[in-house]
Design a protein around this ligand. Sequence first.
Ligand code: ASP
Length: 353
Amino acid sequence: MNQRPRILIIYTGGTIGMIEDSETKALKPFDFSHLMENVPKVKMLDYEIDNIQFDPPIDSSDMDPSHWQQIARSIAENYDDYDGFVVLHGTDTMAYTASALSFMLCNLSKPVIITGSQLPIGEVRTDGEENLITALQIAAARNSDGTPTVREVAILFENYLWRGNRSTKRSADNFNAFKSNNYPELAKIGLGIHFYHDALYPLHHKAPLEPRYDLDTNVMAIDLFPGLNHEVLRHMLNTPHVKGIVLRTYGAGNGPTWKWFIDAIRETVKRGVVVLNVTQCVNGGVHANRYMGGDLLAGIGVVSGHDMTFEAAITKMMFLFGLGLDAAEVARRLPLPLAGELTLNPHTCPPHS
Ligand code: ASP
């Protein structure tokens, strides 16, 4: 147990490893050896560190579920050989990847720490060096009994560690680029790393990791706004092959009370499409019965997403349909927590379809 911590870094790309294109001056992903050459201090950590890199590394705007499968496979295939995993990733879609991995890595009991940076690692004022080193330290952190301190997918950025499936990118400029608006921080990073043990995901199982790789992308989102007209809404609701829709509503899960609107959503639900209500607000959640609009939606079978982020809601839909479940079962499971993504009691892993 006094062995050096063994950490696997999975480098997917993102600003942290980017360099400037000499012609266009735009930032483009670059290779992992360049990144590590710029962080010589990593050697001061007495860890055994290995790496896997995406070939080629990508801007995270190019991420899609096949990349999430690639990351999940890299973790699952190396799970027993490492104490923790650090995923280097662009910030743009980091919260989506964190949410998806939290569902795919069922029964996770080791740290998966995702980080990146706002400035490339080669720049003088980069935040990448500090983020990478802190992520490695968190991935190696142990409780006094030798068990890992973090046993979930988390995002480390600047001063905070956040639960991955509660996080949202909140700033394109600030070094504290992420926030979890409905759940407290898991750790505060200052002179030291202070973990909030009550907030960390509890280990309530002894089961082995059970990765689930299949994701179904026949899902979409509809954002409500005043002026959304009948024809536009009908077109969206009738998009071919769509099995689930995340409806981004106002305030506490509220929407218009107009008859055409409610009829259109009712018909969609009746056709067997799952409609999930999440709020457009950054903080708080759906309280469907507080206002008439939300109450009407709940009455026609729209499912409450409680206080889930949009990133968690859409990836959870892909995950549940990916299990091969029918619409009724997906609708039943969406409001139940799988990996701490909403504020209810933890639910057990879904059985194989
Ligand atoms: N466009 C970059 C990416 O998401 C932004 C970043 O890494 O901060 O890959």
